[in-house]
Design a binder for this molecule. Sequence first.
Ligand SMILES: Cc1ncc(COP(=O)(O)O)c(C=O)c1O
Length: 472
Amino acid sequence: MMMMMDGVVFKIPSFKFLNPSPAASRSPAIIRCGLPRFSCSSIPALATTGREGDQALGSLSLGHITRPDFPILHQEINGSKLVYLDNAATSQKPISVLKALQNYYETYNSNVHRGIHYLSAKATDEYELARKKVAAFINASESREIVFTRNATEAINLVAYSWGLANLKSGDEVILTVAEHHSAIVPWQIVSQRTGAVLKFVTLNENEVPDIQKLKEIFSKKTKLVVVHHISNVLASFLPVEDIIQWAHVVGAKVLIDACQSVPHMVVDVQRLDTDFLVASSHKMCGPTGIGFLYGKSDLLSTMPPFLGGGEMISDVFLDHSTYADPPSRFEAGTPAIGEAIGLGAAIDYLSGIGMQKIHDYEIELANYLYESLCTVPNVHIYGPKPSETVHRAALCSFNVENIHPTDIATFLDQQHGVAIRSGHHCAQPLHRHLGVNASARASLYFYNTKEDVDAFIQALNDTISFFNSFK
Ligand SMILES: Cc1ncc(COP(=O)(O)O)c(C=O)c1O
């Protein structure tokens, strides 16, 4: 069948032509295609009935059980049921988190650490309780080892500007991998320009994972810091951070773990890892945006100078100098994100209610299903390791389809199928360059996703590929 739009002739393969959406009619290249879609309307709202009822839930997956807790998932986008697969960028928020935020603003909104009135005392208690929840969640030994920041990026900058500028000097070495997120690279470039410290990047091995053997070999007495991700936001690979931390400590180096893609998805125990620093962002773990945290060993934090000045980070202020509060206050200048911290605490309650091991086990199952399903699509290249009994992948796949730009794929999936994936460099340009591409498409899952979501994505992707190939 041939059709003409805006004077351009399209060859349409085998699509049923339905009502074009307003967005579709703006774009001559996008045509509304009718394919069978996953329906979640038959899924009962079980998650809010309590986890004790799990046995009664029979064969329902964690995704089916928890979906009802996330109102945003139950809507149509561009005329199709939303399939949200952009969780590595940000996660959705359960009702309990939305309620915690609303409750704070409706009933005890007030500034923390300053007022003696009831509302301020209550806000302070809840803010500090949130810090305790974060500490318990990652098994920090004390809550003063948790510094609230705006996000993980700010937490890394805090370490760079505070610890980095004070401790690194010309010729010192910082080890990273080419697979780091820009947020874990750029602050260290700035520090290295100011101090003369050298950044050493480990490349990938033949399995498309950072070459751990090479990493081990470049440790020396000059190594002062290692900055590595726990789970790659592009390759879906897990780094053996426990080993890396041990090797670093042998030469007296410190380690900063970028745990943005691990803390939301698995049990992370900072004491067992023995890491010096670790960062994560609330918005990737069912919490609000605008808050993240830095974990730092208390003896390290207490030696570090402030990052920003003003507000509650002081002990005494004179006209010519100031003395500083102990950590974590030393690093929390100005009014903090109070409601957001309380929302993060609610998110941790929610995740802990399910159980991080359960989330991880389910996501490994989803990860394998996603990988295997994507392998059935012709001309697709998936980046990162092949999963096996011993090699686990996180529940995300970055991929390219031969001769189709990832942004065209993401646009078509969104406009024609309501499937939300990401395209671009995912804040990992050096990694993409290393892989020989400018960009990739990425589908990333969380525990509220289901195998049906994956099926819907694969079906939509096949449709997308047929559409673009029909012009060749
Ligand atoms: C591995 C990794 N590190 C760091 C970040 C930065 O997180 P944020 O933007 O919340 O600071 C991200 C976010 O995508 C990430 O995936």
